[in-house]
Design a binder for this molecule. Structure first.
Ligand SMILES: [Zn+2]
Length: 390
């Protein structure tokens, strides 16, 4: 999320020069496609790019958008009437969300703004009925309306939709950009910064977590799960599940406090009388973000664990520990690699990946994690799974 700085460079979207050049060029040549698919890993700058697109199309100043006027600032905050952002309320978008929210907004004149920009986060999470309903809106585009679909996995989106969009590729951040960002976030210690940059694996969102001491403590806790399961047995599976649950609670509590403060600020600005519709909308948005944070936190934890298991495979196969994500813990890597062996490590990776997929659906997250950790524990202690090889 962009920080509310006062002086901004137009189209300031770190690490996405090519993608931004495409969007910016389209605006400056007045060749704005009515539908875009921003394809790439989640949250690497799509939000900022889309908000700049809305600013560029609506800013009263000449091109490029000034970034500093009231319209630009509200676009960049995601708080401009002609810019609407949608995220799934459940695991998938439902057809009624598409009809009653997206399409209604698309065919409705906003209270302010000349160009509507409709940002669809996780657009690859439409079920078939939702995709069919959306296709109608794409086939008969209302004037001055731009759809921006964020797509992580293009295979999950019907060709009929993708073929009607102009595709722009977004990529993960490079190590240099992540390193610069980590410095900006105040991570001065070179060893800790190197760990954060490697473990972020191209994701600025992951880096923001890892730039905090708590984030790296969490990472260290996640990667110690295999050895502790081995040493402490199934009892640790439940301890680890509780710790993950606490981690989620910690993050959602922070978000909730932030959201409440935001609602209060808006109420103050409107003279203490927040219209009921606005309050409801903000509360719903907060609930959506909480759900998202819960999934993102658990995904991050499983990614840390997966990164560790992969490192063990690498080291076990004779690879250089210095090339591992967890290069700072070479000794523990060697120990886990030797104790577990490749077959058990691969099986553990499969279990983690399957749970990662389950979390996307609306399964009971706490139970899914507990089940995973118990399965891992059984695997770690199963002497028949693999005889440790030297
Ligand atoms: Zn402006």
């Amino acid at each position: 999320m962009a920080s509310p700085t006062l002086v901004v460079e137009p189209w300031d979207v770190p690490s996405q020069r090519q993608a931004v050049a495409v969007l910016r060029g389209a605006v400056e040549r007045s060749e704005v496609s009515h539908a875009w698919a921003l394809v790439g890993p989640a949250d690497v700058g799509q939000e900022a790019a889309t908000r700049w697109l809305a600013a560029a199309l609506n800013c009263g100043a000449m091109l490029p958008p000034c970034g500093g006027c009231d319209i630009c600032r509200r676009c960049l905050r995601g708080a401009y009437p002609a810019l609407r952002e949608f995220a799934p309320t459940g695991a998938m978008y439902r057809v009624d969300e598409v009809r009653e929210q997206w399409l209604r907004t698309a065919f409705h004149t906003p209270s302010e703004g000349t160009w509507k920009v409709l940002r669809i986060a996780h657009a690859d999470r439409m079920n078939e009925a939702a995709a069919n309903a959306f296709l109608k809106g794409l086939e008969e585009p209302p004037p001055r309306t731009v759809w921006v679909l964020e797509v992580t996995d293009p295979d999950e989106l019907p060709d009929t939709i993708l073929s009607r969009c102009r595709v722009v590729r977004f990529s993960g951040w490079g190590a240099d950009e992540l390193d610069a960002e980590a410095r900006r976030l105040g991570l001065d210690d070179a060893t800790e910064r190197a760990l954060a940059v490697r473990a972020a694996m191209g994701s600025p969102r992951a880096l923001r977590r890892l730039a905090l001491p708590q984030g790296r403590d969490d990472l260290r806790a996640h990667r110690s799960i295999p050895s502790r399961l081995r040493d402490e047995g199934p009892a640790f599976a439940l301890t680890a599940a509780r710790a993950l649950d606490d981690e989620v609670k910690r993050r959602t509590a922070a978000l909730r406090a932030e959201g409440r403060a935001e609602i209060e600020t808006v109420a103050e600005r409107s003279g203490d009388e927040l219209p009921r519709g606005v309050a409801k909308q903000m509360t719903e948005r907060l609930a959506r973000r909480e759900r998202e944070v819960r999934v993102v936190t658990l995904h991050a934890a499983l990614d840390d664990l997966l990164g560790w298991l992969r490192d063990c495979l690498l080291v076990g196969a004779g690879g250089d520990p210095a090339a591992a994500v967890n290069a700072d813990a070479a000794e523990l890597l060697r120990r886990d690699a030797e104790a577990l062996g490749p077959r058990r490590l691969l099986r553990a990776c499969d279990l983690v990946l399957a749970t990662r997929d389950d979390l996307e659906l609306n399964v009971q997250q706490g139970l899914a994690l507990e089940a995973l950790l118990l399965q891992l524990s059984a695997l770690m202690l199963d002497q028949t799974a693999e005889t440790p090889s030297g």
